[in-house]
Design a protein around this ligand. Structure first.
Ligand SMILES: N[C@@H](CCC(=O)N[C@@H](CS)C(=O)NCC(=O)O)C(=O)O
Length: 228
């Protein structure tokens, strides 16, 4: 596939930062466009945006190929998988026929689905729903599950290796790293091993660029009519 241009629709320190981080790992910032979607001004609900993305969220990735066609992706996990495979020379995704690919996909999708689901439930019931719909039992349930089941699996890896798959950074760390920071914002992933992980990946120039706008993210957004 001959890529002419990539355009990422993004809001600081949200799931679109997984993709922005990977893009910075893969290429120079002059080689892709970032379009801010003002979530706090509810731009994601505008008619024009919903026409492009009926899920009214970020990330969204427009991929324009040299034949002039533009295709759109709406899932951060799919974008990370696609982009890392597109640039094999950057060695951020194990080759399809490599044994490490099994573990890589497992971690990528564990991060984007199972872990993400728990973190999202905790976030929605802590900060996004109207007070009369917040459910402390949901928060307690997922906090317990995350601490008891998810954290030990990640910690066991990080005790052995610098990054989530091994001593080499991979695209799976763009997802896991973001998830670990998200978890810490909600009091999870507190053991020292997670501080060590964050301290290692946050020195990467691509991470620094991708998260340079993170101060604009608020745990408690100013407006939110319809979570999820
Ligand atoms: N499954 C999607 C979820 C994307 C998502 O929920 N994004 C949030 C920010 S982290 C969003 O844009 N929410 C705005 C809204 O739904 O109004 C992915 O990972 O790409």
């Amino acid at each position: 596939m001959n890529i002419e241009r990539l355009r990422l629709y993004h809001f600081p320190a949200t799931r679109s930062a997984r993709v922005k981080w990977l893009l910075h790992e893969l290429m120079d910032e002059s080689e892709f466009d970032v379009q801010l979607v003002e979530l706090y001004e509810l731009a994601q609900y505008s008619e024009s945006y919903r026409k492009m993305n009926p899920n009214h969220n970020v990330p969204m990735l427009d991929i324009t190929t040299s034949d002039g066609q533009t295709r759109t992706m709406l899932e951060s996990g799919a974008m990370v998988t696609f982009l890392a495979d597109l640039y094999p020379e950057k060695r951020l995704a194990p080759a399809i026929d490599s044994a490490l690919r099994v573990d890589y996909l497992q971690m990528l999708y564990f991060g984007c689905s199972w872990m993400d689901m728990m973190l999202w439930q905790i976030r929605v019931h802590t900060h996004l729903l109207p007070d009369d719909q917040k459910d402390q039992r949901t928060i307690d349930r997922y906090e317990e599950k995350f601490r008891g089941e998810v954290e030990p699996q990640l910690a066991e890896r990080l005790e052995r290796y610098e990054f989530i798959l091994g001593n080499e950074f991979s695209a799976a760390d763009c997802v896991m790293g973001q998830n670990v920071m998200w978890a810490r914002a909600y009091g999870l992933c507190q053991p020292e091993i997670f501080s060590r992980y964050i301290s290692d990946f946050s020195k990467r120039p691509a991470f620094i660029k991708a998260y340079s706008d993170a101060k604009n993210f608020k745990l408690q957004p100013p407006s939110r009519p319809n979570p999820g």
